[in-house]
Design a protein around this ligand. Structure first.
Ligand code: SF4
Ligand code: SF4
Length: 440
């Protein structure tokens, strides 16, 4: 019944921004930061400081197996090394630093080696000491298996994203517009380090006439419409390279590296010896926010601190979502630390995420919107009733988890979650173990 009634309503419009402030606002340092050490599917750091140590902004406080660094974003005392629930909805070890207002490290204290012209190794060392993971050698699951690093193919394609797929997130396009000279410099540096690689830069369609004269000689420009379905990253990449890379496969294993403009700028700062990566931009928007704002915050600031800087409180909204409205994570605490997040979407409508699962009414909307042509309703029913072997024949692993199907579903079924669990099973087999009463 719930689904039938909602089917009578118009198909839901994709979230978009009515207006935004183009000025990136710098927010103050908080009284403490929480720096997570684990990013699932990406990287794990081990702390190299201890509780009670005094650290300075810009100092390396954690190292990954291959030497990438995590950096103190404020100066202060290490209050605790603990575990926290992060904005990516995972439990992670983390370093808590209490602000003592101390001086940051000067650039010459952070960068003690020189980058030799055209020398990839020294450039990588420099970037690692600045908290910027070198894009052309390693990304993806660098820590899982010893053998993996040697197996990586050389990079043949670098895709710089000057536009985020979620249309409510403005960080990349504002930085592209406002720091175009530095972006151009970064594109030249990448071309020098990987000669012969294809370098692409995505940009919003409305910036075409502005961007072409600046970047045409430096990168293959890819203009994207202001529409979520046109911006889904894996679909854009599929168009560029001629085949799709499934959600659970790292681009890097296909010789492709994808780097946001914000990290390209951090790379330039590191190579120029100007600054380590201690801050990040994030766009705040929402269903009742008239004008989206973009702020720059110290990594590890809490959601509460970032919202308070703009006179907002999480408790005034039904749900704060970190990430975009289509692929973000609902937050259950305003103390969640923000790090490599790009958007906060505040939902004011009174929605209850814990309804019982409504039955599918076979309207077909989900299958119509799916960019990878999954028979979404069929796969979902099979997963729901435990017929995973049958579900596999319909290739749920092609799912990008873009969220379009769930967004248009009048029954508000948890379609993406069911697909996610099924795909997790296919890789790890955990659900089969649980069903069999196993102990993992
Ligand atoms: S989330 Fe839904 S619409 Fe998007 S790829 Fe997966 S099944 Fe298709
Ligand atoms: S799962 Fe698909 S077919 Fe079923 S109600 Fe939702 S949108 Fe319609």
């Amino acid at each position: 019944m719930q689904g039938l009634l909602k089917l009578l309503k118009k198909e839901p419009a994709l979230p978009s921004l009515a207006a935004y402030d183009p000025v990136i606002r710098q927010i103050d340092d908080p009284d403490h930061v929480v720096i997570p050490l684990e990013y699932p599917g990406r990287v794990r750091y081990l702390p190299i400081v201890e509780t009670g140590d005094t650290v300075r902004k810009g100092q390396v406080i954690g190292k990954s197996r291959v030497g990438n660094s995590v950096i103190a974003s404020i100066s202060g005392k290490v209050k605790d090394i603990t575990t926290v629930w992060t904005a990516q909805s995972v439990h992670s070890p983390a370093i808590v630093i209490e602000n003592d207002g101390g001086e940051p490290l000067a650039p010459e204290e952070i960068f003690d080696t020189n980058v030799r012209q055209g020398d990839l190794e020294s450039a990588m060392d420099r970037m690692r000491s600045a908290g910027v993971a070198p894009p052309w050698t390693l990304s993806g699951r660098e820590w899982e298996e010893e053998g993996e690093l040697a197996d990586l193919p050389p990079v043949n394609t670098v895709i710089i994203t000057g536009v985020r797929q979620e249309t409510t997130i403005l960080t990349s396009q504002l930085l592209l517009e406002q720091q175009s000279k530095k972006v151009a410099k970064g594109l030249k540096q990448i071309a020098a380090f990987i000669p012969g690689a294809r370098i692409c830069l995505t940009a919003p369609e409305h910036l075409r006439s502005w961007a072409e004269p600046i970047f045409n000689d430096l990168a293959e420009l890819v203009f994207l419409r202001d529409n979520y379905t046109a911006r889904i990253e894996r679909e854009v990449i599929a168009t560029l390279i001629g085949h799709r890379i499934p959600n659970r496969e790292s681009y890097r294993y296909h010789g492709i590296t994808v780097l946001d403009v914000e990290y390209l700028l951090a790379m330039v700062d590191a190579l120029d010896g100007v600054a380590a990566l201690t801050q990040k931009c994030i766009t705040i928007s929402g269903t009742t926010i008239d004008k989206a704002v973009t702020v720059r915050f110290p990594l590890g600031s809490s959601l509460a601190h970032v919202l308070a800087s703009q006179g907002l409180k999480a408790s005034d909204f039904t749900r704060p979502v970190v990430g975009g409205p289509m692929m973000g994570f609902a937050q259950y605490s305003d103390q969640a630390p923000l790090t490599y997040n790009n958007g906060i979407y505040l939902i004011a409508d009174d929605v209850n995420p814990f309804d019982t699962i409504a039955p599918c009414i076979n309207c077909g909307r989900c299958a119509r919107v799916c960019p990878v042509n999954i028979q979404v309703h069929l796969v979902n029913r099979m997963i729901e009733f435990g017929q995973l072997e049958s579900a596999r024949t319909l290739h749920p692993e092609a799912c990008h988890e873009c969220g379009l199907c769930a967004h248009v579903c009048p029954a508000e079924r948890p379609i993406v979650q069911l697909l996610h669990f099924c795909n997790h099973d296919m890789i790890h087999g955990e659900r089969f173990t649980w069903a069999a009463g196993g102990d993992s």
